[in-house]
Design a protein around this ligand. Structure first.
Ligand SMILES: C[S@@+](CC[C@H](N)C(=O)[O-])C[C@H]1O[C@@H](n2cnc3c(N)ncnc32)[C@H](O)[C@@H]1O
Length: 340
């Protein structure tokens, strides 16, 4: 395995380029500019990459060990990384370098310090921050850790690439909600065909289009032209109630962020349930909205609204995976994840 950082916004091009050179499968992650190259002999493949001219790759680290994060027992987790690195470190000096993506209760410096201290205690290897024999690279990607113990020359790094495809800032707050879900549930999210209900102005569609093969975006309001133009986005401008199931065919995921009363919105998600493949996924925002023409909510609070939606989903044979209160949700919103 190789952890590869590529120029953000050029992931597709980078995958093509890296697959061509390495002949290995290259996988996206839910983090921009971060790819995994599934190489069995990563050092050899990095040598090959160095011999070629890569336009989109910035950095590549060969990985010796992949593990999971035990969020309930961090000490064990740091010790685990340290133990796995020790064999390679006998009689050598070393330093630890950590890069972290996702939300955790610790930062990269904590990892460098704790793993370094534990390696020193277990193996007796010397820390050398300036000219170490080996560097322990700890790449944390949400709940997985990728560790490579190598000489500086064994990694690939090229500075100064300035290509930039799109603005790094999210298009709107709505887009941040979906990006948060991606961070937490990276492996749960399918990457083929997605139906995005209530897509305008296009934050969710834009985020989905980076990873899914095709996004069918539906809204009565227009989508931003730059998003309609994306090659894997198909925009249907109509109310979801008027969309026929045969217009979309089989899908792997439904996302719904419409600003309707919570039961109406849940009804729209359920309308497309039959298009979902078995095991298909749903990301659904439940909103406590004012009943039109009145100044009152249909139920007292957001928790009651969530209960009603969960009930509707369960009765239709969907399993609730999680109910999230995201940083980007308003106080009257929750994000429900479900599976068929
Ligand atoms: C909060 S916005 C969605 C934001 C969007 N997820 C994004 O990331 O840019 C809610 C959208 O739901 C759409 N909407 C409301 N009722 C709808 C319906 N019945 N069918 C389709 N879209 C609907 C609205 O037009 C509005 O654009």
């Amino acid at each position: 395995m190789i952890v590869a950082t590529v120029i953000s916004g050029f992931e597709r091009e980078a995958i093509r380029e890296l697959e061509e050179i390495t002949k290995d499968e290259v996988k996206t992650t839910y983090f921009r500019g971060l790819l995994l190259i599934k190489s069995k002999n990563p050092r050899e493949k990095i040598k090959k990459i160095k011999e070629d001219d890569t336009k989109f790759l910035v950095r590549a680290i060969p990985i010796d060990y992949i593990g999971n994060i035990y969020s309930e027992d961090l000490e064990r987790y740091f010790e685990d990384i340290a133990k796995k690195s020790c064999d390679l470190l006998k009689n050598k000096s070393f330093r630890v370098r950590c890069r972290r993506r996702g939300s955790h209760s610790f930062n990269s410096v904590d990892v460098e310090r704790e793993v370094g201290r534990t390696i020193k205690n277990i193996s007796g290897a010397k820390v050398d921050l300036v000219r170490p024999d080996l560097i322990v690279f700890v790449e944390i990607i949400q709940d997985k850790v990728y560790v490579g113990v190598c000489r500086e020359e064994e990694i690939f790094y090229q500075k100064g690439r300035r290509l930039k495809r799109y603005d790094e800032r999210p298009l709107n707050r709505a887009m941040r909600k979906l990006e948060e879900v991606f961070e937490i549930y990276e492996d749960w999210i399918p990457r083929k065909r997605v139906l995005d209900i209530g897509a305008s102005p296009g934050g969710w569609t834009k985020a989905l289009a980076r990873y899914a093969e095709e996004v069918i975006a539906v809204d009565s309001a227009p989508l931003k032209p730059s998003i309609v133009k994306l090659p894997n986005v198909r925009f249907i401008q109509k109310r979801a109630e008027d969309l026929r199931l045969d217009e979309i065919g089989e899908i792997d995921m439904i996302t719904n962020d419409v600003n309707l009363l919570h039961k109406e919105s849940a009804g729209l998600t359920l309308k497309f349930r039959d298009c979902l493949v078995g095991g298909g996924r749903i990301i659904h925002t439940t909103k406590l909205a004012i009943v039109p023409g009145t100044d009152r909510f249909p139920v007292e609070n957001i928790d009651l609204a969530v209960n009603e939606v969960e009930d509707m989903f369960s009765k239709s044979g969907l399993n609730i995976k999680d109910v999230l209160s995201l940083r980007s949700n308003t106080k009257n919103e929750r994000t429900i994840l479900a599976e068929k």
